[in-house]
Design a protein around this ligand. Sequence first.
Ligand SMILES: Nc1nc2c(ncn2[C@@H]2O[C@H](COP(=O)(O)OP(=O)(O)OP(=O)(O)O)[C@@H](O)[C@H]2O)c(=O)[nH]1
Length: 561
Amino acid sequence: MSACLISGWSFSAPVLMTLLVGLGVALLARWLRHQQQFAGSSAFSLMHLAILWWLGVAALEMSVHQQSCKMFWAGMAWPAILGVPTFWSVFLWQYVNSVRSPLKPLAVTGLMVMPALFWLLALSNPWHFLFYGSASAPISSEPNAPIVYQHGPLFYLAAAYGYPFMIFCIGITLRAVALSSGLHRRHYLVFLILTTIPWAANISYVAFGWTLFGFDPTPFSFALTVAGFGWLISGLRLFDLLPVARHLLLDALMDPVLVIDPQRRVIEANPSALGMANLKKGWHGCALAQWPHIGSTLDGMVQQAELGDTPQLISVETRQQHFEVRVRAICRSTREGTVTLGQMLYLRDITEFQRSQQQLAEALALSEQQLATISSLHKTLQDQALRDPLTDLYNRRYLEEFFAREAARAQRDDAPIALAMVDLDHFKRLNDTHGHAVGDDALKAVAAFLLDGLRTTDAVFRIGGEEFLLILPSTQPAEALGKLAHLCERFADQPLETRAGLLHLTMSIGVVHFPSQASDLDGLMQQADRQLYLAKDCGRNRVMAMPGTVQATVSALPLPR
Ligand SMILES: Nc1nc2c(ncn2[C@@H]2O[C@H](COP(=O)(O)OP(=O)(O)OP(=O)(O)O)[C@@H](O)[C@H]2O)c(=O)[nH]1
């Protein structure tokens, strides 16, 4: 080796290019050191270290003049030639499956056993010529002419060891491309290209003897790898931009967000969640159930298998806040199927919403109550408008409505209506003798008497000072006359209770029938009035009906006392 170091050297364009690629790889590796931990980062760094090694010894091989020295540096490349596919495979596997734990030294040692063995076999080539055959010779007589290697069985064995890693890398990236979408698919597509280029270069060299500047093109293809990763980093910025953007988004959210792992430990919490729990540090990895105020409730929610994406409500009594909790599983597609990496808990603050809802419900209840009061007042007013305030009997206003309804029913059922006009006899005399107030008492007593003496289906209206109208639906003329005569008789017999004591009065009645004697209310009232007039004329205290009604006059009883 020392002889090789002091033998002739020359600096050529391929060497410069190799060194530039090496510089690119070194810068990439340096940048990586400042990056946040990403999945497979340790294998990624080791892969770059192996590439640097490979490029370094390739540059040395290109620079030295002596053939044996060139072959020595070619042998020195083998730990890297096999180390690159090894760590590339590990990196891709960990990256695709989100394995963040760094590679343990023992694992690295284990992975380097075979590359180291082939390294020793390559270095011991001058004693067995099984790696590079004895026919390996410079391409020309130029002092720095590249060697055309005669590949021996050990070389092919080493290639056979390395190629399954290459196939594995391509397979795993192909699968990732197929399973992903959008930006991630672009990301994995670049991975696929970056993975394919060096392997294509290597296969074309080993299988077809294709060279670049007379050398194995594989180290040069790393220039494309470096450019590709450069684009991933500064173009797509997938290693830093997306996590940073996501982080910013989480930070900017006013609602609390927690991310937990499958063991329900909190691995991420945004400032709002931390503020709610009054936490600043030391919370990473704490059990969700231990999270202040709402941890145990949240833990219970996550445990409910049937929770799905159904929002649940949670209240923080101490802060009088209400939240709607959504639990979302964070999944990743892997070879074994969908793997749940953790859960995201999104707590939407609905305090204001709930407050407004409660206020709305209260306002609704109040307005319903007010509406009920209004409609009851309205009904009372309507009722009052239809009733006479002194006797509480229906007044003339309600008469038309009532009669129209009863007339329709009478025609439908073919059941006649009797309509009776009632007038108190010599009422003026009572007023004059006992006073108006006593007259009022008498009018109230008359109203009570009339209501008491009739059916509930009959109606009594006060249509004038001491004048009343009775409507007796479904009453045949004979029946009506009988009833009214009896009423008249009883009235004359029954003293009325007034503030001046018990007083006797009589009444005169004129009766007509619908529809036989008149077809409308006006006509009926005119006829009834006429009969009433006749009743008065005939001496009062009697019922008069139109001639031919069965019995025209039902004369009453003794004249008023
Ligand atoms: N107390 C009282 N009297 C009333 C009311 N409305 C009318 N009157 C009186 O009723 C009396 C009616 O008298 P008239 O029309 O002469 O009839 P009458 O004295 O009953 O004689 P006849 O009808 O011919 O028997 C009048 O004195 C009215 O002042 C009222 O609301 N209260």
